[in-house]
Write a protein that binds this ligand. Structure first.
Ligand SMILES: [Zn+2]
Length: 294
């Protein structure tokens, strides 16, 4: 059966989405079913429910990273040309007339809504991808709903922001291609880049998603034909930062013999003091209200 705008609006309201809400949306259009009008209809339904005072945010990641092995070919970044590689809904949203897209070559975000221009501002490649100067702390502070429409919590980029904020030493660097003002192709260095393995990636339940569920943070429902899960960003930050204080390797995988995670654990062992020293900073930023690191 065809999924219509009205059906989507009804499902979103039933899920508990309210006017004025900020939503950070990870999505799969296909999972919603046969939607009359496609991605635009899905975006339109979210916008109708949250109203013009709300904000709909999507990641618009792009294949601009230079593969050190010389394998996959990178495309130069240009925020008005480069497609999003994370699905039709995201690639449709950034192209909308009133959308704003951040100017980050590897991990840009796009948003529509009253505060969208301010939200995407200053996301420059010279600053860490998910750092305090990026859009990420802005939606966390606002306790935005991070919503997974037909996709698993394995694609939760906001978890990388927590890694960055406490300076977990396994975040790396990457070279990305950027189109310069005269059309020339430049190579820029991106820092705080989330390469390598994580224990929360993938389609299935992981020890990380199970923990978030156990803490009672996960809302579940259905929109169109898609299964939907959602978590509140600031609530997630509290639970994860508390956990990472005791177990800074919690977001890594638990497979024996994983070279990346083994090396990452070694680096963590050398920087526990630096990691813990970040907690008062996050408290000062309004991103952490827990009792750790007082
Ligand atoms: Zn691993």
């Amino acid at each position: 059966m065809e999924v219509t705008h009205d059906r989507l609006v009804e499902d979103l309201v039933r899920f508990g989405i309210e006017r004025g809400e900020w939503i950070f949306l990870h999505s799969s259009l296909k999972s919603v079913g046969w939607v009359e009008g496609g991605a635009e209809t899905v975006i339109g339904a979210f916008r109708e429910v949250i109203g013009p005072e709300g904000m709909l945010i999507v990641p618009t990641l792009s294949p601009t990273v230079v593969d050190p092995g010389g394998g996959r070919k990178a495309e130069p970044w240009h925020k008005e040309k480069t497609p999003s590689r994370v699905g039709k809904i995201t690639d449709t949203l950034w192209r909308m007339r009133d959308a704003h897209r951040s100017d980050h070559p590897t991990h840009s975000v796009a948003a529509v809504g009253a505060e969208a221009a301010r939200y995407v501002e200053g996301h420059h490649h010279s600053l860490p991808v998910f750092g305090l100067g990026s859009p990420y702390p802005r939606h966390v502070k606002r306790n935005a709903l991070i919503l997974f429409l037909g996709v698993s919590m394995g694609c939760n980029t906001t978890l990388h922001a927590f890694e960055e904020w406490i300076k977990l030493p396994y975040l790396g660097e990457a070279d990305a291609l950027v189109e310069g003002p005269g059309g020339e192709v430049l190579t820029v260095r991106v820092t705080g880049f989330p390469s390598g393995c994580r224990g929360f990636y993938g389609r299935n339940e992981t020890h990380v998603s199970a923990y978030v569920r156990e803490k009672g943070l996960v809302m579940e429902g259905r929109v169109g034909e898609a299964r939907v899960t959602a978590v509140r960003a600031l609530d997630l930050a509290q639970v994860m930062l508390d956990k990472l204080y005791e177990e800074p390797d919690f977001l890594l995988c638990r497979r024996e013999g994983c070279a990346f995670c083994t090396e990452a654990r070694r680096k963590i062992g050398e920087s526990v003091e630096e990691i813990r020293a970040r907690y008062p900073v996050l408290r000062g930023e309004g991103l952490y209200h827990g009792l750790r690191g007082r």
